[in-house]
Design a protein around this ligand. Structure first.
Ligand code: ADP
Ligand code: MG
Length: 693
């Protein structure tokens, strides 16, 4: 068996492969493109393509594909083989042109109206900052995807633009602190991925899981997570075999999978990688989700990535650990043993950004799936706030109050804050209820849903922090006395954005009231949230930093609403089919068994009261079921697409979704009354405890 260092990155055209296989000048030119974003000449691309092809063929690849992330939320690929005819035979070819640009037909991908005014053609453009890799015998080339007119049609493009924006603004700040060395500031991300594993046989018996990713009906199991006996327990052999294969496949792709454990809910697990540059971390998270699904299948399991596969059971999120670092390797959110003014300035910028753009952060995590989770009693609430922990709060308080501390061996900083010697990192990671928590040397954005591409949350986070930094830089660059201005700036902003800092229990009722008093927004559903995306101030921040143009924002807004409506529409059709085709026949079958029994008993002169009562209850509920079914059926006839996509999505949320929930309540009650042998679907208990060994 090969060792981990031997398999790690073995399917990746990474730096060491490039160094070994490319001529020196080609390697240098490509390196420059990667680190500085410079243009790559076609003759250089030809050499790179040829080396890539040789390498890929040696590893068994027969095809190549531009791998991209359209607005569907999943990755897309179109495979072309390397073959090219040469007389009676074929040769294997791959040109620089094929490497750098592709032309998939864009008309089958969501464009939110951008397509109507432009050609159907779209372009994929090579992103050399994310290494090519081999998957399913294909050489995969990470690419950005845009329309004929250059508008972004994918998730990667705004992310790359936001990283440029953030770098530019952060460098302005660093220069003011005398840093002349750093050439780029990058954002880093380590996404902790939660997921469920259930037995595949059970999965295949549930049309709701197959079509919508979540159970649309199902009464609670008699045993849930009350005993909290799943978190961190020994991993079962079948799950363990899955995790082992997952780790190996992730490692081969150079994805630094680090931690795995069982989560709080039964059948729930987590995988966390070591953090990477955001762009690469995003690609890797997409690949990880895909691998989880395919590898689960091989082990007779189904991997559920939906935010809320089971009502009443903990949902799944993705903790987006995020920080900023210079290309020289300095983490700008690391307070070190002695938090200095530069750290405080970057920290304050993040706090200001989160406060001023709470609604955009909320937009970044809005979806039909995540609506089930945000605000429920186990996930961060829909209210955005920042947790800083005792030590940082104490420092910011002293800045705010201008209090000078000399005691306890703490040293005084120029801006009137005490410095804690040996800043204890660990004490900051205790509050698990905060949606945006400082955890030692990074922020952890916990509202992201488990099925999300992290591109969205990160491009928004990068953009709003870039804006805060640009405002700081504007002011500091003009200052006559840099240090005096710096102190004033930090103090002013700490005071101005005090309201967003909350270290208490975010799940408590008191916080909802308190947050309201503080004027924080509490956007409970996707419908309430999405309009914030197109508010003038929010459009401005994206256009100012060249992350998204106004038409691109509007197209994304349309896509998100459309996606919401379609999700609920599919859910409604699925529950209707399930109830009509299987639940009702099951009820009839059980009723007729009861009727037979009652008749036989009557004929024999026996009392029939328990059967009668049960039959009465079931028929009453069945009557109710019919009414709910009809109401839902009719509502779908009323749901008409038109000009106003917000109105349509609202109709789906407040009418269709509500009727679905009402129907479900009746079905779930019936599930508890109808004999199990008649019930057509595996129960919650069956599914959640299906992986027994
Ligand atoms: P936990 O949050 O469970 O206590 P850790 O603090 O070890 O666990 O880290 C969780 C995740 O945060 C990991 O994916 C880790 O790689 C990531 N992480 C650590 N440092 C940074 C950083 N500077 N930037 C982004 N992510 C980071
Ligand atoms: Mg964590």
């Amino acid at each position: 068996m090969k060792s981990i260092p031997e398999i790690y990155g073995s399917l990746v055209f990474n730096d060491s492969v490039m160094q070994a296989r490319l001529p020196k000048d080609t390697y240098k030119a490509l390196r420059k493109t990667i680190s500085e974003g410079t243009h790559l000449e076609l003759d250089v691309a030809n050499v790179v393509a040829s080396a890539m092809k040789e390498w890929a063929i040696e590893l068994g690849a027969t095809h190549f594909t531009h791998w991209f992330q359209p607005m569907t939320g999943v990755t897309a690929e179109k495979h072309d083989s390397f073959i090219s005819p040469a007389g009676d035979r074929v040769i294997m070819e791959f040109s620089g042109k094929e490497l750098v640009r592709g032309e998939p037909d864009a008309s089958s991908f969501p464009s939110g109206g951008l397509r109507a005014t432009f050609e159907a053609r779209g372009y994929t453009a090579w992103d050399p900052t994310s290494y090519a890799f081999i998957k399913d015998s294909s050489l995969c080339i990470p690419t950005a995807f845009c329309s004929y007119g250059g508008q972004a049609l994918d998730k990667k493009t705004p992310l790359l633009r936001s990283m440029d924006a953030l770098s530019a603004q952060a460098l302005r700040i660093l220069r003011l602190f005398g840093d002349t060395e750093s050439k780029r500031v990058i954002t880093t991300v380590g996404p902790e991925q939660e997921y469920f594993l259930i037995d595949k046989e059970m999965f295949l018996k549930r049309p709701d899981l197959i079509y919508t990713g979540r159970t649309l009906i199902g009464s609670r199991p008699s045993k849930g997570q009350e005993l909290e006996d799943h978190y961190f327990v020994t991993i079962k052999p079948r799950v363990s075999a899955f995790m082992k294969e997952l780790d190996e496949e992730l490692w081969k792709l150079g994805i630094p999978a680090k931690t795995k454990h069982n989560e709080v809910a039964p059948a729930q697990h987590e995988m966390a990688p070591i953090f990477e540059t955001t762009n690469v971390g995003t690609d890797h998270n997409q690949l990880a989700m895909e691998l989880m699904k395919t590898i689960a299948g091989k082990h007779g399991l189904a991997c559920l990535l939906h935010e809320k596969p089971f009502a009443g059971v903990n949902g799944s999120g993705k903790h987006n650990n995020w920080s900023l670092a210079t290309d020289t390797g300095v983490n700008l959110l690391d307070p070190t043993d002695n938090p200095d003014e530069r750290f405080l300035l970057f920290l304050t910028a993040v706090i200001k950004a989160v406060d001023e753009y709470q609604d955009l952060l909320r937009v970044s995590v809005a979806s039909a799936g995540n609506d089930h989770r945000l605000g429920a009693n186990e996930a961060p609430p829909a209210i955005v706030s920042v947790f800083l922990g005792d030590d940082l709060t104490e420092i910011l308080d002293s800045i705010k109050n201008g209090v000078v501390f000399h005691s306890r061996g703490k040293t005084q900083m120029g801006i009137g804050a005490k410095v804690l010697p040996h800043f204890p990192k660990d004490t900051t990671d205790r509050n698990r209820t905060s949606p945006f928590a400082f955890t030692g040397n990074k922020f952890e954005f916990r509202m992201v849903g488990s099925s999300f591409s992290i591109a969205g949350p990160n491009f928004i986070l990068n953009t709003i922090v870039a804006e805060a930094l640009s405002q700081f830089a504007d002011r500091l660059e003009q200052a006559a006395d840099f240090h005096a201005e710096l102190s004033a700036l930090i103090k002013e902003n700490v005071i101005a954005h005090d309201r967003i800092v909350y270290n208490g229990n975010n799940y408590s009722e008191d916080w909802v009231i308190e947050a309201d008093k503080r004027g924080l927004s509490n956007l409970k559903t996707t419908i309430e949230t999405l309009p914030a995306f197109i508010e003038p101030g929010n459009i401005e921040v994206f256009t100012k930093h060249n992350v998204l143009a106004e038409e691109e924002i509007r197209s994304r807004y349309e896509i998100l609403l459309d996606n919401y409506s379609k999700t609920i529409h599919i859910e409604a059709l699925t529950i209707l089919d399930m109830v009509k085709q299987e639940v009702i026949p099951a009820i009839f079958a059980y009723e007729s068994e009861l009727i037979n029994l009652i008749e036989k008993k009557k004929a024999g002169g026996y009392p029939v009261s328990p059967e009668d009562i049960l039959l009465g209850k079931i028929s009453e509920l069945a009557g109710c079921l019919y009414k709910k079914l009809e109401a839902l059926d009719n509502s779908l006839l009323e749901a008409k697409g038109g000009e106003d996509s917000l109105a349509l999505a609202s109709f789906y949320r407040y009418t269709v979704f509500s009727l679905m929930s009402e129907l479900r309540a009746v079905v779930d009650e019936l599930e508890q009354l109808v004999a199990k042998k008649y019930w057509p679907y595996p129960s919650y208990g069956d599914m959640l405890f299906s992986v027994v060994n």
